[in-house]
Write a protein that binds this ligand. Structure first.
Ligand SMILES: Cc1cc2nc3c(=O)[nH]c(=O)nc-3n(C[C@H](O)[C@H](O)[C@H](O)COP(=O)(O)O)c2cc1C
Length: 177
């Protein structure tokens, strides 16, 4: 699958997974795609915990009853950033952007490899979920789980959500008024 096909096929998946484990080699390949993402000043601020231990997977899965993909995940990738980011360029830190771009690389890899996931972010910030998962995964207090990706082979097909047309969001040379 080339990159444009992966971009076209990538979609958020909150549905059920097939009962198939995700091999470590595939998990490693997905995270490698994240490691190869750009980062401000090449500071490479995001770190990753790949969760494939059945007990840990079940503990995290049980925390989010509203999301089938989380509940049925065969593995998780937890993306971790510093709570107090270090400035890397003229007083500016880019750790949120670094994390987001690493995740997008992983979403494309996930799609190209026939897996499906959902970018879990908002829910982590509620009721101490990020902290609970951080403690389960041995994340130091100075860091926080910023994005969580459940993983598995999708049991159902879902289309990408419709996107606004080019003309409504992009222009040459001058932004529309
Ligand atoms: C920054 C960001 C935060 C998101 N947070 C969540 C989340 O907490 N839970 C969730 O189910 N989906 C989350 N999503 C997925 C979006 O809801 C999804 O990308 C959007 O509806 C568009 O659908 P698509 O990914 O299929 O194009 C998040 C996506 C982004 C980029």
């Amino acid at each position: 699958m080339d990159v444009f096909e992966a971009i076209a096929k990538r979609h958020t998946y909150r549905g059920p997974y097939r009962d198939e484990a995700v091999p470590r080699t595939d998990l490693q390949r997905i995270v490698q795609a994240g490691l190869q993402a750009p980062s401000g000043k090449n500071a490479q601020t995001t770190t990753f915990v790949i969760v494939d231990d059945a007990q840990l997977v079940a503990q995290i899965a049980g925390m989010h009853p509203g999301n089938t993909a989380v509940q049925q995940a065969k593995a998780f990738i937890a993306c971790v950033i510093d709570r107090r980011p270090e400035a890397v360029y003229e007083g500016h830190a880019f750790q949120v952007e670094d994390c987001a771009v690493a995740v997008e690389n992983m979403l494309l890899a996930v799609t190209a490899m026939g897996y499906a996931t959902v970018w879990i972010d908002g829910w982590l910030r509620l009721k101490g979920h990020a902290e609970t998962i951080g403690r389960l995964l041995g994340v130091p207090e100075t860091k926080v789980v910023r994005i969580l990706l459940p993983l598995g082979r999708p049991a159902e097909t879902r289309p990408q959500r419709e996107k606004l047309p080019f003309e409504q969001r992009a222009w040459f040379n001058q932004h529309a008024t």
